[in-house]
Write a protein of this length. Structure first.
Length: 331
């Protein structure tokens, strides 16, 4: 078989956006349990920044990217849920989505419904599956019921805007935070019942005011260091502090003994890849996401597009919090 050449983004060492280099790589045939996919669009996520910068150590040289959508070009032995010509999308390890063509494990690759475009598929898989496991699987004592209050930090980001809409569809009262009035307005427009500019207001006091002093059942936090301590004080007794990222830096070590006086609260650190560890769980979560998007209850906002070769600028804008909603790299 003739080799397939692909443009790809590679880092030879971890560091700043300047480490992102456009290279040409040779792509072979899929082995057992693998597929070869030709991308039409690639998603950009904050985990990409962590991996590039060294916040998440990884072996180098490495290709980056965790999320994309395209068409299946070849299928390896033992893969039965995908066929050549299928439209497909994924959020998956190993990294390597920043490219035109790749070979990868098939278990986390899902058929993309015809009603969902490639760009939407690329933009929504990692962020949408994250919102799914948070709102449906990362739950406080007694679960979440219509009318319950939750606090969601970075509510105008890619995950946040999906979560705002999905929470509204579930009947939850989502209080969002963001770093500007404009971003707060965006969260409100997408279903948050209240939005707090944490750069200008004490979000703990505002949460207490909004909930009549009761606090929220769960805090979903991808910001980390800057929001952690005050978030613990937003929880009602037996509430859940759910960390799933650290955009502002890692949370400082703390003693579990502080959790008792604050209401015997629970703390968890979640990651998508635990939830999509099996083919079955990946498909079930993806089906839930596809359904809510096709229904129109959740719209995927693609607010930024960059050509693959402008990936350095895309990373700079993401780190500077200049982006809203989802961002895709175009090919």
């Amino acid at each position: 078989m003739p080799e397939t050449l692909s443009r790809a983004i590679q880092i030879d060492q971890q560091g700043g956006p300047e480490q992102l280099k456009l290279v040409q790589v040779s792509v072979g045939q899929p082995g057992p349990g693998e597929v070869r996919i030709r991308h039409h669009a690639v998603g950009l996520n904050f985990i990409d920044v962590y991996q590039r910068s060294g916040a998440y150590p990884m072996a180098v040289p490495a290709q980056l990217g965790m999320e994309a959508a395209g068409v299946i070009e070849a299928v390896g032995e033992g893969v039965s849920h995908l066929q050549v010509g299928d439209r497909a999308a994924y959020a998956s390890q190993p990294t390597g989505a920043y490219c035109e063509v790749r070979v990868m494990p098939a278990k986390c690759v899902c058929k993309l419904p015809d009603a969902i475009s490639f760009e939407t598929g690329a933009a929504m898989m990692l962020k949408g599956l994250t919102a799914q496991y948070l709102l449906k699987r990362t739950l406080p004592q007694g679960g979440l019921n219509a009318g319950d209050y939750v606090l969601f930090h970075a509510a105008a980001g890619g995950v946040g805007l999906i979560a705002c809409q999905w929470a509204r569809a579930l009947g939850l009262n989502l209080i969002g935070t963001a770093g500007s009035d404009t971003k707060c307005a965006l969260a409100l427009a997408n279903g948050a019942v209240a939005a707090i500019n944490y750069a200008a207001e004490d979000f703990t006091q505002k949460v207490k005011d909004i909930t009549g002093g009761k606090g929220v059942k769960v805090v979903y936090d991808s910001v980390g260091k800057d929001t952690w301590d005050k978030s613990l004080d937003c929880l009602s007794p037996l509430g859940l502090m759910a960390s799933f990222g650290n955009a502002s830096g890692p949370v400082a070590p703390f003693s579990p003994s502080i959790l008792g006086p604050k209401g015997s609260i629970y703390v968890t650190r979640q990651t998508l890849f635990t939830h999509i560890a099996t083919r079955e769980s990946t498909q079930a979560m993806a089906d839930d996401l596809f359904e809510v998007v096709i229904s129109g209850k959740v719209k995927i906002h693609i607010d930024q597009r960059y050509p693959l070769e402008e990936v350095q600028q895309a990373h700079r804008d993401l780190e500077a919090r200049k982006t809203t909603g989802c961002t895709v790299l175009t090919l």
